[in-house]
Design a protein around this ligand. Structure first.
Ligand SMILES: Cc1cc2nc3c(=O)[nH]c(=O)nc-3n(C[C@H](O)[C@H](O)[C@H](O)COP(=O)(O)OP(=O)(O)OC[C@H]3O[C@@H](n4cnc5c(N)ncnc54)[C@H](O)[C@@H]3O)c2cc1C
Length: 432
């Protein structure tokens, strides 16, 4: 029966969907996620284009279904070490990292984090705000177990503390916990390792990291999210004032031969969404989106852009901003750009600037590709040598890819491809 089992690597929306589909076909699934919770990037989003549905309202029921499904074993905070064997008869070695918390005892009350004295930058909130050294990955995390960050915990670094152990009534804290290595037998593998955000700090012309009121799109998503660091209030980082004029700069690092030549595929739409949501938060607010070409290719996407213009005070300027400076008197970012329709150079001041940064394959793709013995393309996305003949295949039989790790794509495409990859796995298992 072990052959009727599959390994899914990556617990974003693609990995979650593939796991649920496989499990519903009666296949045993091991879902391996490197972070302390499943959810992936979608868990960081406020709403989703083009319907403005609440992202968590779509995602959370799927996360819970994964956790409760009798055919799914969730291995969070875990990574693949090695895959041996062939399609139909693989063996995988997986390391489940120590959380320093007993998962079956933690009730997720959060008292430990309240009392923990160590604050660190909160990656889930894209660096806006802080979390503690003992933390829950995000409020709706699945599993909802806390985790101790060994890089920052005082006790784990030989200093005097032990506060969380003392405060935990469930006796769940265990500083002695060790990593666990598991070996599982599976017939097929799906890689759904998603994407990372391109580091825009080296693109100094845009001023991110120097000009306080220049944010990335992911920082903005977290800011407008009710569960985010500002409780959903739109505020300028420099003075907490509500902004009145926003600017979005598209293709920051994408479609740029100095950085990433490819189109990140979702940014025209997420910038439009963020501008619409900003207007809903602050009805007097207007937005300008500086774009190269408007890529609104999807059902209802062009209509969404039109609605943004007609109903939400969003202006689109075809331009390539070359530089962002700061007005030192009011901390307003100033965008210097060429309007490529009217062939004019201009400088315009805004309250906040949001950069649509390039989206890149997950940093861990190189090492995971080595372990899986599969090829990547020139950018680091999972390559698909058989092309249209097997769109989800990789260079190794029995190993499939789906979602953003294959190429930039939005949530609906990731879900469709996840279901398709699951059906390919079912084919492999049926014939094994
Ligand atoms: C600012 C922004 C706004 C967006 N807004 C929208 C929107 O409104 N609508 C929409 O449709 N799309 C939107 N998107 C795109 C959307 O986020 C992606 O389409 C979607 O997240 C892709 O899902 P995925 O599961 O393929 O990847 P991810 O969400 O990246 O999930 C991948 C998962 O794999 C895990 N992982 C990675 N490597 C490993 C490893 N080696 N081992 C184990 N686990 C691993 C990661 O931790 C992660 O949990 C937006 C993107 C951005 C950046």
């Amino acid at each position: 029966m072990t052959r009727k089992a599959a390994l899914v690597i990556g617990g974003g929306i693609a990995g979650i969907q593939a796991s649920i589909d496989l499990a519903n076909m009666g296949i045993q699934v091991y879902l391996v996620e490197k972070n302390p919770s499943i959810g992936g990037r979608m868990a960081q989003l406020d709403k989703t284009f083009p319907t403005n549905d609440c992202a968590m309202c779509i995602l959370a029921p799927k996360m819970i279904e994964c956790a409760n499904h009798e055919n799914i074993r969730l291995l969070t905070y875990s990574e693949l070490d090695e895959l041996t064997g062939d399609a139909g008869r693989f063996k995988a070695k997986i390391t489940k990292k120590a959380r320093f918390i007993e998962e079956d005892k933690c009730v997720g009350c959060g008292e430990c984090a309240e009392k923990c004295p160590t604050k660190v930058n909160d990656d889930f909130n894209a660096g806006l705000g802080k979390r503690k050294a003992i933390y829950k990955f995000f409020p709706q995390a699945v599993p909802s177990t806390y985790v101790i960050d060994p890089d920052y915990c005082r006790t784990l670094n030989g200093k005097k503390c032990g506060v969380c152990e003392k405060i935990c009534k469930a006796k769940a804290v265990n500083y002695e916990q060790k990593d666990e290595v598991l070996t599982i037998e599976i017939g097929a593998v799906i890689l759904a390792s998603g994407f990372d955000l391109y580091n825009v700090a080296p693109l100094t012309e845009y001023g991110w990291g120097k000009i306080k009121n220049v944010l990335t799109a992911m920082q903005f998503e977290r800011m407008i999210c009710a569960s985010g660091p500002t409780g959903g209030h739109l505020k300028r980082p420099s003075d907490d004032k509500e902004p009145e004029r926003l600017a979005f700069i598209q293709c920051v690092g994408s479609r740029d031969i100095r950085h990433k030549r490819y189109c990140s595929a979702v940014c025209c739409m997420h910038a439009t969404k963020e501008a619409i949501l900003a207007h809903e938060h602050c009805p007097g607010l207007s937005s300008t989106i500086f774009y190269m070409d408007m890529r609104a290719v999807g059902k209802g996407f062009q209509e969404y852009v039109q609605r943004a213009k007609d109903q939400y005070a969003v202006e689109y300027i075809r331009a390539r901003p070359g530089r962002v400076t700061e007005n030192e008197e009011n901390q307003n970012p100033v965008i210097h750009y060429e309007d490529t329709v009217n062939r004019e150079f201009r400088a315009e001041e805004f309250d906040m600037v949001i950069l649509s940064q390039a989206l890149v394959p997950a940093e861990s793709n190189r090492s995971i590709a080595e372990k899986l013995n599969i090829g990547l393309d020139e950018f680091g996305f999972v390559s698909n040598p058989q092309g249209m003949a097997n769109p989800f295949g990789t260079s190794r039989a029995g190993v499939f890819g789906c979602g953003f790790c294959q190429s930039p794509m939005d949530v609906p495409d990731s879900v469709v491809r996840a279901s398709a990859a699951a059906s390919k796995v079912a084919e492999v298992l049926a014939s094994a």
